[in-house]
Design a protein around this ligand. Structure first.
Ligand SMILES: NC(=O)c1ccc[n+]([C@@H]2O[C@H](COP(=O)([O-])OP(=O)(O)OC[C@H]3O[C@@H](n4cnc5c(N)ncnc54)[C@H](O)[C@@H]3O)[C@@H](O)[C@H]2O)c1
Length: 255
């Protein structure tokens, strides 16, 4: 119609966003990467090993167990993307070595906490500075776990996830005034790389929604929280995406 301006609205939730995702060769990280890509973001994935190629996700290798691994990743990501508006930390050691707090080794402890908590915190902190200095109203997501408040003979894992929860809140508080939102997702049971249950059937039977989760179940909530259309007033919180598994009583693990 003449005289009427037709304003084109973005059709995708994350058009124009530039995302860095750790743990991108793993189940959940890769699921989030694909969903962000589908919603219009440019995605740079990182992992210790390269994911299968050919899906439009650029890749940068980094070993986050190394003390300086996160610095190399940060520099490389800024070189590749210019500015970064979305950050997701989904890297975690693959093997969860069940070990009681009375016997867990320093090596097991360090491997877990260095990747999940130490690298996660410094990456998120530097991302926050980068976003603030570049006047980007960015968003970050740390992938934690229900283990952040459960005793399951995984003290190294539980401690790293509890710690991630607190650094998420600390960063959320100081970055929110600059319009930067930091949150966490706590997935339930998502079979795949990082989760292997001895008896998946018995576990699934207890899940109120009646099925295990998929990486895409996590990814769709990640998109919502990271998007300004749905997540714009969500800050400093942990969203449980677990099919209701958090509602059932878990019998504490024996020492
Ligand atoms: N799968 C689940 O049921 C579940 C439940 C709760 C929380 N989580 C959390 O979700 C996140 C993703 O889990 P997932 O199931 O996709 O696991 P995953 O093992 O498939 O993915 C984790 C990725 O981290 C990478 N990684 C390991 N060591 C690394 C290192 N030194 N440097 C860089 N990257 C390294 C691995 O290579 C892997 O690709 C983790 O933080 C995990 O704790 C998973």
């Amino acid at each position: 119609m003449t005289g009427m301006s037709t304003k084109l609205l973005p059709t995708k939730l994350l058009d124009g966003e530039r995302a860095l995702i750790t743990g991108c060769a793993g189940g959940i990280g890769r699921g989030i990467a694909k969903a962000l890509l589908a919603e219009g973001a440019t995605v740079l994935g990182s992992d210790i090993t390269a994911p299968p190629a050919g899906d439009g996700i650029d890749f940068l290798a980094a070993d986050l167990s190394k003390r300086d691994g996160w610095k190399g990743l940060l520099d490389g990501a800024v070189k590749k993307l210019g500015t970064i508006s979305l950050f997701v930390h989904a890297a975690s050691p693959r093997r969860l070595e069940v070990d009681t707090p009375l016997s867990v080794s320093e090596e097991t402890w360090d491997a877990m906490t260095d990747i999940n908590l130490r690298s996660g915190f410094f990456l998120a902190r530097e991302m926050g500075r980068h976003m603030r200095d570049n006047k980007i109203k960015g968003r970050m997501l740390l992938i934690t776990s229900q283990h952040r408040f459960m005793t399951r003979n995984l003290p190294h894992y539980s401690a790293s996830k509890a710690g991630m929860t607190m650094v998420m809140k600390e960063l959320a508080r100081v970055l929110a005034p600059d319009g930067i939102r930091v949150n966490a997702i706590a997935p339930g049971a998502i079979p795949g790389g990082g989760f292997v249950a001895d008896n998946l059937g018995a576990l699934v039977a207890q899940i109120p929604l009646g099925r295990a989760g998929t990486p895409d179940d996590i990814a769709q909530v990640a998109v919502a929280i990271l998007s300004e259309r749905f997540g714009r007033y969500v800050v400093g919180t942990t969203v449980e995406v677990d099919g209701g598994i958090g509602l059932i009583s878990w019998i504490p693990a024996k020492a």
